[in-house]
Design a protein around this ligand. Structure first.
Ligand code: ZN
Ligand code: FE
Length: 252
C-alpha cells in the first residue's frame, strides 16, 4: 500500500492509499474531489473506498463528487456520524476493522474534537490516520467533546507503537510547536524539533507524518503527566492539566 499525501485548501492533507497490484485506491478525508480525481486518473486506479474520520466539511467536502464518478465506492465513518457524512454506507464502532484489499485497518473511537470522530490504524504497516484528533505537535479543538473524552482518545493514540506514522489532517505543526515552547520550553527534544520543522516549512516541505514516539517526546497534549507541564499549568491532575493546556492554546 502506497500512501500519497495531497495538500489541499489552505492547510489540509488528503491521503490516497494506492494498491498498484489491483489498481485500486482508497481515500482518507477528501476535503475536495478534484485533486483526488486527477491523481486517480494519473495512477489509472479505481476508487473503492472513502474513509472519513469525522463530519467536518474540510474532511467530507469531496465525498459527493467522488461518488458521482465512483458510485460503487464504500463510504466509511463512525456510527455516531450517521446523517452527517455525505453518502455514508457503513457506520463503524471501536474494534471493528476496515478491509482495503488485503490491508486491514483497526477502527479507534476517538471522540473529543467531535462526538463521532474515529481514527484508522493499520497495524501491519504502522500507519495511523487520525483526522483532527492528534496533530503533529498539537491536538484538535474541543468542539463537541469534553476534556475527559479527548484525554482518553489521545491516551489511546499515545499507547500505539512509537514507530507508528501519524498522518494527521492538517499542516499546523509550526504554530503548534510555537505554543509548545511556551509551556515546555526546556525540553531539548522540543527545541530540536522546532528547528527541524522550521527548516522544513522554509523549504516548503510537509512536516507530516510524524511518529508516535516523536509526539510523546514533544507534543504537550500527550504530556499531561510530565512534571514540566504540571509546573507550567500549576496543576497535577491529568484531565485538568490537559484542559488548561487546551484552553491556553485556544487563545494563543
Ligand atoms: Zn475537524
Ligand atoms: Fe479539519
Amino acid at each position: 500500500m502506497r500512501i500519497l499525501q495531497l495538500p489541499v485548501l489552505r492547510d489540509n492533507y488528503v491521503y490516497l492509499l494506492h494498491d498498484p497490484e489491483t489498481a485500486t485506491a482508497a481515500v482518507v478525508d477528501p476535503a475536495v474531489a478534484e485533486p483526488v480525481l486527477v491523481k486517480l486518473a494519473e495512477l489509472q486506479a479505481d476508487l473503492v473506498a472513502i474513509l472519513n474520520t469525522h463530519h467536518h466539511h474540510d474532511h467530507v467536502g469531496g465525498n459527493q463528487e467522488l461518488l458521482a464518478r465512483y458510485p460503487q465506492a464504500t463510504v466509511y465513518a463512525g456510527e455516531g456520524d450517521w446523517g452527517r457524512i455525505p453518502g455514508q454506507t457503513v457506520g463503524l464502532a471501536a474494534g471493528q476493522t476496515v478491509h482495503f484489499n488485503h490491508h486491514v485497518a483497526q477502527v479507534l473511537f476517538v471522540p473529543g474534537h467531535t462526538r463521532g470522530h474515529i481514527a484508522y490504524y493499520f497495524p501491519k504497516s504502522g500507519d495511523l490516520f487520525c483526522g483532527d484528533t492528534l496533530f503533529a505537535g498539537g491536538c484538535g479543538r474541543l468542539f463537541e467533546g469534553t476534556p475527559e473524552q479527548m484525554l482518553g482518545s489521545l491516551d489511546q493514540l499515545r499507547q500505539l507503537p512509537e514507530s507508528t506514522r501519524v498522518w494527521c489532517a492538517h499542516e499546523y505543526t509550526l504554530n503548534n510547536l510555537k505554543f509548545a515552547l511556551t509551556v515546555d520550553g526546556d525540553n531539548p527534544h522540543l527545541q530540536a524539533r522546532y528547528r527541524a520543522v522550521e527548516a522544513l516549512r522554509q523549504a516548503g516541505s510537509p512536516t507530516v507524518p510524524s511518529s508516535i514516539g516523536e509526539e510523546r517526546l514533544t507534543n504537550p497534549f500527550l504530556r499531561w503527566d510530565q512534571p514540566a507541564l504540571q509546573a507550567s499549568t500549576g496543576i497535577q491532575e491529568p484531565v485538568r492539566v490537559f484542559a488548561r493546556l487546551r484552553g491556553m492554546k485556544d487563545h494563543f
